[in-house]
Design a protein around this ligand. Structure first.
Ligand code: 5GP
Length: 181
């Protein structure tokens, strides 16, 4: 049997990355490492957090049709490599992609039985607090991410499930239930 494709999206600061990482560990789901042209943040490691590529390298992969999906998010390219998704699904392994709304809709279009999960906070004030609390991004980047968050929230109705992330453990349980359904 083929694995399930689960796609998690939601605004920056919704806590989706933290929850997705924990759930992947608990369920032994292999990491799916995206490529990006964004510069690494402090502490981020090549090949673990992302494959950090130059814009030329990224565009070469686009021309070689190496991406399952890709999108321009906050002014940088981000993309999932085809082999990451296809090889694992063929092997019967579940795949979780944590990607933006544009990429999620591309992936759903390719694979109609993909399950789309939208993460959000109870209100946007919490998002702003979390983004500022991270202290890794400049004011300009924070503003852009907040603007983008409001746009992303408009896509919630295209998703199969919404998780309002108030408590990490509760959200992990919800995501696990969705995956096992
Ligand atoms: P960050 O810069 O905070 O790591 O990620 C910014 C946004 O890019 C997040 O919404 C994240 O989900 C999205 N993202 C990360 N990897 C991918 C990917 O492979 N494809 C797409 N479309 N979005 C991605």
């Amino acid at each position: 049997m083929k694995g399930k494709l689960i796609i998690v999206s939601g605004p920056s600061g919704s806590g989706k990355s933290t929850v997705t990482k924990i759930v992947k560990d608990r369920l032994n789901i292999p990491l799916s490492i995206s490529a990006t042209t964004r510069k690494p943040r402090e502490g981020e490691v090549e090949g673990i957090d992302y494959y950090f590529l130059s814009e030329d390298e990224f565009k070469r992969k686009i021309s070689n049709d190496e991406f399952y999906e890709y999108a321009n998010v906050h002014g940088n390219y981000y993309g999932t490599l085809k082999k990451t998704v296809e090889e694992n699904l063929e092997k019967g392994l579940n795949v979780i992609l944590e990607i933006d709304v544009q990429g999620a809709l591309i992936a759903k279009d390719k694979k109609k039985d993909a399950v789309l999960v939208f993460f959000k906070t109870k209100d946007t004030k919490i998002l702003e607090e979390r983004l500022r609390g991270r202290k890794t991004d400049s004011e300009e980047v924070i503003k852009k991410r907040l603007e983008n968050a409001l746009k992303e929230l408009e896509f919630e109705n295209k998703y199969d499930y919404t998780v309002i992330n108030e408590d990490i453990e509760d959200s992990c349980q919800k995501l696990i239930e969705i995956i096992n359904e």
